[in-house]
Design a protein around this ligand. Structure first.
Ligand code: EPU
Length: 439
């Protein structure tokens, strides 16, 4: 694919687009399929690169994976699961963070796992210490090598009682995918309870697992001897839906997001309304639009569910450059998720980043040299610029900024956006965006 997009901004985005299943659920349900002793079917799967990477990794381990794009249906045949060659796995190093979640399923099915160096967005250190600790708690032996991690379980995997230092999405999924077939009971405190995790629990229950979730973030799993396959339809991608919603607000547009679901977006919808955006919720999706009035500034803090998602923050910041007054955003999930504001400043936005915890309760990044609070002063007209996509959500936010700005911007590195936004070029076209790939 060409990698530079010319974007001529200043025109509101108007029209309809469809969002399908959530990237951050689909990829995990694909790993869960590995645990099933019969075939599985996953529906509403978007055509994005993260899905390709996990499908390739499954195939390397002997899983038959077929994808029907039109219906968005993935089928998995797990009758021949086998160890993959380290060299083949290595070829996928650096392309995604999902491989770390293969540990539990591979240990259960094959007795060992090799996990290549991880990829994913550079929005903080993104360590995997919680993952490795929980695997050791289950009885796994973890051997770090120069190219990846080799994991074995010579005495089998046994249920454990653990508390996460922070409600990490990935470490909670790691625990679930390992505990379901570990011997005995596992209790995880301070677990993450994002809707994508609850959907993964629904999949595991269909497969035969016994899992309960308490209101105090405690998850209990009773290990079982075997799991079957599943049939499941993914929940919608609430990050993609919110990204288009923020694009409607920033450009003064009107976008019907077919497939968007209210229950998983309630916190976002509250903020959207407070800023002055409007929305109509129907059974088919949500219409997001700028009503033509002045937008209002807001004090916002990102948090784990049910808080305001960190992945909603970046596109919303672009919309806040058009609000009348000072907005304060405190990022408490990642220590380094304001790097993308540098390009916005070059485009004319007034955004300062600070080390202090502003506008909210002190978080674990306070007084530690992390620029994790931002003050946005608006409204400021944005000017066209040459921009390089820094990460998935930051990159989409740059696109929104370019669509808001007067003049023609060049956005370089747009292939990265395919990791999480299905057919985004086609969707931009459907919304009347003036975009053109550079030869
Ligand atoms: N953390 C640790 N140690 C660990 C694991 C996490 O310190 O072993 C820290 C992280 O550094 C971070 C915080 O805990 O500061 C939260 O990380 P979490 O584990 O919850 O994130 P993740 O599982 O790596 C998923 C999504 C992210 C999303 C976060 C938070 C996937 C593939 N990724 O990441 O999505 O931002 O949860 O909701 O599910 C994206 O889609 O663009 C994206 C980055």
């Amino acid at each position: 694919m060409h990698d530079v997009l010319r974007v001529t901004g200043g025109t509101p985005l108007n029209g309809e687009i469809t969002v399908r299943g959530a990237k951050n659920f689909v990829s995990k349900a694909m790993v869960a399929a590995l645990l099933g002793e019969s075939s599985s079917v996953l529906r509403n799967v978007p055509l994005i690169r993260d899905v390709d990477v996990v499908a390739d990794l499954l195939r390397l381990h002997g899983v038959g994976v077929e994808y029907d794009e039109e219906g968005g249906t993935l089928t998995f045949d797990t009758s021949n699961v086998d160890s993959a060659h380290v060299r083949d796995i290595d070829a996928l190093a650096g392309s995604s963070r999902i491989p770390i979640l293969f540990c539990g399923p591979l240990l259960h099915r094959l007795g060992e796992a090799f996990i290549p160096d991880l990829g994913g967005c550079h929005i903080g250190d993104r360590p995997i210490d919680f993952h490795l600790q929980i695997l050791r708690d289950f009885g796994a032996v973890v051997d770090k090598t120069a190219t990846g991690i080799h994991i074995t379980a010579p005495r089998g995997l046994h249920g454990t009682k653990a508390t996460l230092p922070y409600p990490s999405v990935g470490a909670t999924e790691q625990t679930l995918l390992t505990a379901v077939r570990a011997e005995g009971v596992t209790e995880l405190s301070n677990a993450a309870t994002e809707p994508e995790i609850l959907d993964l629990i629904a999949v595991l229950q269909k497969m035969g697992a016994i899992i309960s979730v308490d209101t105090d973030r405690t998850i209990r799993v009773e290990g079982v001897d075997r799991l079957t396959g599943f049939e499941h339809t993914s929940l919608a991608d609430r990050i993609e839906a919110a990204s288009w919603a923020s694009a409607a607000l920033a450009t003064g547009g009107d976008i019907f997001v077919r497939g968007a679901e209210q229950p998983s977006m309630m916190t976002f919808l509250n903020v959207y309304r407070k800023v002055g955006g409007e929305f109509d919720i129907t059974d088919e999706g949500i219409r997001f639009y700028h009503p033509g009035n002045e937008l209002r500034p807001i004090v916002l803090e990102t948090d784990v569910h049910p808080g305001f998602m960190t992945d909603w923050q970046q596109p919303m910041v672009v919309a806040l450059t058009q609000a009348n007054g000072l907005s304060i955003i405190h990022e408490t999930v990642y220590e380094n998720r304001f790097g993308f504001t540098e390009a916005l400043r070059r485009m004319g936005a007034q955004i300062q980043v600070h080390r202090e915890c502003l506008g909210g309760l002190p978080c674990r990044f306070g007084q530690r040299n992390f620029y994790h609070s931002a003050v946005v002063s608006g409204p400021t007209p944005l000017n066209a610029a040459d921009i390089v996509v820094p990460d998935l959500r930051g990159g989409f936010s740059h696109l929104i900024a370019a669509l808001t700005a007067e003049g023609t911007s060049r956005v370089r590195g747009i292939a990265l956006i395919n990791r999480g936004y299905e057919h985004f070029m086609r969707k931009l076209g459907a919304l009347g965006a003036q975009v053109e790939l550079e030869d």
